[in-house]
Ligand binder design. Sequence first.
Ligand SMILES: Nc1ncnc2[nH]cnc12
Length: 371
Amino acid sequence: MAEMMETTKAKKTTMKIALLILNIILLAIGNCAGPLIMRLYFLHGGKRIWFSSWLEAAGCPVILIPITVSYLQRRRSSTTTDHESSTSSQPSNNDNNKLILMRPPVFFASAIIGILTGLDNYLYAYGVARLPVSTSSLIIASQLAFTAAFAFLLVKQKLTSYSLNAVFLLTLGAVVLGLHTNGDRPHNESARQYLVGFLMTVGAAVLYGFVLPLMELTYKRARQEITYALVLEIQMVMCLFATLVCTVGMVVNKDFQAIGKEARAYTLGEGKYYAVVVASALIWQCFFLGAIGVIYCGSSLLSAIIIAVLLPVTEILAVIFYKEKFQAEKGVSLALSLWGFASYFYGEIKNNKKMKKREQLPETEMPIPNP
Ligand SMILES: Nc1ncnc2[nH]cnc12
């Protein structure tokens, strides 16, 4: 019996590590390619900020694919368990047969997070439209410090010397990255436009720094078991509400009527315009699913650290694809980010080892029962 429990526990741990790796990959794709494709829209004639922020969430119907696969899998496994339990008189798990796992408290929390995400997407898109990538990346990297502060307040995230060191190094990396942005205001932009873009991006960093721990709090306070299938449903509801917020913005701003004209005038061609739009919607889904998936497998702080560590990668990709200059600051920033990331993981590994030792201790101290 104890052996069976050990095997199930080991299986669960392996599954969680596999899920963590998968979500880190999704987050990496979204975090690196998202800002680049959003910028591609603005660089070649795109002007609609509400539309651009709408694209960050509107690709959510694609999440219906893994939701359906997960439902079919649950049903299949529940049929097998039902069959086994009918012969072994064990109760079957009712939740497995449900098409929708989410209960009202999680639904309302996801809806609120979705509304905040919709507003955040607008702030973020505004910054990408107005500022050079290097500047907006610098500001967004400060999000890590806000996440650390909000995670400390909302979910009592323990800040070890290693995670604090990681926050410090990653923030320093962002500051170094911004050193070369002096006087980088584009020629066709007024000082006021530039300043508003700057402030909007600061707002995005603060708001998203709040949203990540809020999601972790939702997982912790949910009065139901959180599984990855439920995480997919949360992503769906969150993005639906974010899309709703941005749809209102688009309607007020008359963006829907402007899309056709904008596509025809796009300097890369109409076909490429729609390709950018579709790719953008899909890439941002990777970002948001990756972000909340990493929170599920790890924590909101880990999600923010991965986002911060990948920002210099985005810079390098911008150098390759948009022929931006690669100054020494970018190399230093990259090194600092990797150092911060290594520090965080070293701390986590040390912590895990300590926890495992503590788990094993009572077993060795327990008296051996008489047969
Ligand atoms: N809406 C957003 N999209 C991507 N990265 C972000 N960082 C802060 N807000 C963001």
